[in-house]
Design a protein around this ligand. Sequence first.
Ligand SMILES: Cc1ncc(COP(=O)(O)O)c(C=O)c1O
Length: 388
Amino acid sequence: MRYNPAMNYNFDEVIECRGFGSIKWDTVREGILPMFVADMDFHCAPQIAAALQKRLSYRVFGYGRDPELPDALIQWFREEYALEVQPDWIVLLPAIVPVLSAVSRLRDGPVLINTPNYHVLLGAPLKAGKRTILSPLKNAGEYYQFDFDDLRQRAVPEAGLLYLTNPQNPVGRVYTQDELSELSRFAQEKNLIVISDEVHCGLVYDHPHIPYFSVDAYAADHSVTLMGPGKTFNLAGLPFGFAVIPNESLRREFQSVCYALPSPGILNLAAAKAAYRDAGEWRRQLVAYLRGNRDYLEQELKRRFPPVKLTHVEGTYLQWLDLRPLGVERPWQWLHEQAGILTSDGKQFGLDGYIRLNFGTCRSRIREALDRIERGLEKKVIFSLGGA
Ligand SMILES: Cc1ncc(COP(=O)(O)O)c(C=O)c1O
């Protein structure tokens, strides 16, 4: 990865995001602050923009390949995780979402998934005609954990796959080596392949992320680890992803179930290579900024609204919280209608009552969101006292 330590990136800049074809900004009413869809309100790294401009200038857009990209990924694994990934373990993908459905056909039988979880991941096996078995994570105050008793109870012998998100969307956990080792032991006991969606892995704040295939020998041989630059480098609109599958026969099976997926777009390949190879310093500064957002939001939520129940976000830019202790009955609706903030409804992740708030934005917008919640609550008090 090439670093450019002299450059300072300004994530405080308030970027006008409306009018450029953004789902997050262009599908909501003027005046509503959108904090739902998981992309960030930042310009991409200049190294990525330069690579795209260079590739565009060739003006030939046939089927693409980039022989340097696997090397850039291998180098990323070396620098980020001190792991030696072999070139043939890597399978390039057009994005993560289409894979989540296709990969459910790797094994017969139902798919085990923890809840709450990324709504697309929850629905993907169903779209492929598979059944899902949902096992709630244990809510231990500000952290969620695997509930192995519940998983053991629910894991019927026919179950063949377990889907994982790590860092966890929406609860922001980054699982530790001990937790992942225990999960691998459980997978071995139940003869499961783990599909580990790690698309948020470049955005962690408290302790390192551990790629699932590196957990132990069983995990290496019985897993598909999915990653991509969409979240870390804010490239969701230039989708690209890759799988790491050390086991050769599993890799062949994976390639077979993903056969119908298109190959990655040529601009997306250029952006991904520049991201992993050249945008390391931008990412380092982004993580520092997001950590600051995470701390600011958590402190202010606790200071301004002490009863609120929130999780401590270890990774992702997504805050999971329960506003009901403030006397707000339907928080998602209330935030939209009374505070003018569009968040993601916890119901879609499998846990009604909660909301997920995207803090991948400049800090002044987070302050604005907190002020809007405060004003909404003041209105509510005045209203309940029979005022305005
Ligand atoms: C856990 C997880 N996986 C996958 C995706 C989407 O990946 P892609 O845009 O590469 O399909 C998201 C987007 O929010 C996500 O949170």
